[in-house]
Design a protein around this ligand. Structure first.
Ligand code: CTP
Length: 401
């Protein structure tokens, strides 16, 4: 998602400066061009060579470079994002006052790119009215702030002021770089394979990892949506996503049916079991219990209920995991379940579908088809969201005519 983006990574003088190295490496791995700036105080905490080695170019610190006479304007004008990790109280105060007394503060004034600052400092400093008022000033001017977390601080003190986690900072950086085209749209997304118990220790499930549903939830959140994720899995999610847990098809049905009317888009990415044991033993079935068959019964297909109950404004998206006749089977499910879109994948192909980090899908509506080649599930997620936006526009135009 950072591919081709130019990120100026400012590092100021705090203990958390070492975490800027990990951020830089992750941004470069994700395709960004990272130009690091270190203040003189930052160099007391972090070796310049380390950051230079893991960024896209050597660290710059000086406004006075004969080879590169006006570094701050070049850096500021070319940047897609200015990211300050960590931001000290001194940097926050200097920036809020509009002072440009070194390369970093000059670049901050010279840029029109989004600015994301990640403060880290002792709790007393963080809570000081001067720091809070300076942050308010910056927020008013459009600067984004990733608030510090509670935790152990330098010297062993405990309190608010610890730099936010790397994942959180990367999600916020991506959000700052991404179009907000789903702002305010409410999404209900399901993820993972349901587990249908046989007895207190065993269950029947499927190979779904939930990765595609989680990628959809993250992509929608980053594009500004309000997201509720109904999941059978225990995976990290970006903050701000409303996570509801369920385990069996029946539990997921209860949660989804209670929530779906509050949403503009419902995406059923979960691999809901088609069968469950007809009886669940309340004790562990022992080897000698003479059990050689498990009687199964079908679960209720609640995507059919969602299709029957949805209003004309809601967009309903199903998934179809197939091993043969991909498009024909998917189109059949689209019609039978009254969906707006179905995302079909051939799970018999290598690197596609269940448990993989990549996917290859065909998205089908009654009038259109989108083919997304083998890509990271996150890229596929953005493609599905783009198709949802197109379908929404088509429906709005149809309603208006
Ligand atoms: N689905 C559901 N409830 C079920 C089974 C499936 O809501 N009990 C949903 C899935 O979440 C998915 C879609 O229906 O979005 C299609 O699921 P899939 O397993 O591919 O198809 P089925 O309709 O179950 O048909 P089959 O298993 O015969 O291919």
């Amino acid at each position: 998602m950072f591919s081709g983006k130019r990120v100026v990574l400012g590092v100021t003088g705090g203990i958390a400066a070492y975490k800027a190295v990990e951020i830089s490496r992750r941004l470069v791995d994700a395709g960004a061009h990272v130009s690091p700036i270190m203040t003189n105080a930052a160099k007391k905490f972090l070796g310049e060579v380390t950051l230079s080695a893991l960024a896209s170019e050597p660290v710059q610190s000086s406004l006075w470079d004969e080879q590169n006479p006006i570094p701050h304007t070049n850096l500021g004008q070319q940047a897609d994002l200015l990211l300050i990790v960590p931001a000290t109280a001194n940097l926050i105060g200097t920036y809020a006052a509009g002072i440009s007394n070194d390369l970093l503060t000059s670049t901050l004034l010279a840029t029109r790119a989004p600015v994301l600052i990640c403060p880290a400092m002792h709790t007393e400093m963080w809570e000081h009215p001067a720091v809070q008022e300076n942050l308010e000033t910056l927020r008013r001017r459009g600067v984004r702030v990733v608030e510090p977390e509670d935790g152990i601080l330098a010297g062993g003190d405990i309190g608010k002021g610890r730099l936010a986690g790397v994942e959180k900072i990367l999600v916020e950086a991506e959000t700052a770089l991404t179009k907000n085209d789903l702002a305010g749209v409410r999404f209900l997304i399901t993820a993972g394979g349901t587990r249908e118990p046989i007895d207190p220790v065993r269950y029947i499930s499927n190979r779904s990892s939930g990765k595609q549903g989680y990628a959809l939830a993250k992509a929608a959140k980053i594009r500004g949506a309000d997201v509720t994720l109904v999941t059978t899995m225990d995976r990290p999610t970006p903050s701000g996503i409303n996570v509801l847990c369920s385990e069996t098809a029946e539990e997921m049905q209860t949660v989804v049916m209670a929530e779906h009317m509050n949403n503009d888009v419902v995406i059923m990415a979960a691999a809901v079991a088609d069968f469950r044991p007809a009886e669940i033993s309340d004790h562990k079935i022992k080897k000698n219990d003479d059990m050689d068959t498990i009687n199964l019964e079908t679960t209720h297909d609640f995507l059919i209920d969602l299709g029957a109950r949805k209003n004309s404004k809601q967009i309903l998206v199903g998934f179809a995991a197939e091993t043969e006749n991909l498009e024909e089977n998917a189109l059949g499910k689209l019609r039978k379940k009254k969906l707006d879109l179905i995302v079909a994948n051939d799970v018999s192909l290598p690197e596609v579908g269940f448990a993989h980090d990549t996917n290859e899908v065909t998205i089908i509506s009654e009038n259109s088809k989108w083919t997304l080649p083998l890509s990271e599930k996150r890229v596929i997620a953005d493609g599905i969201l783009d198709a949802i936006i197109e379908i929404h526009q088509e429906q709005t135009e149809k309603d208006a005519s």
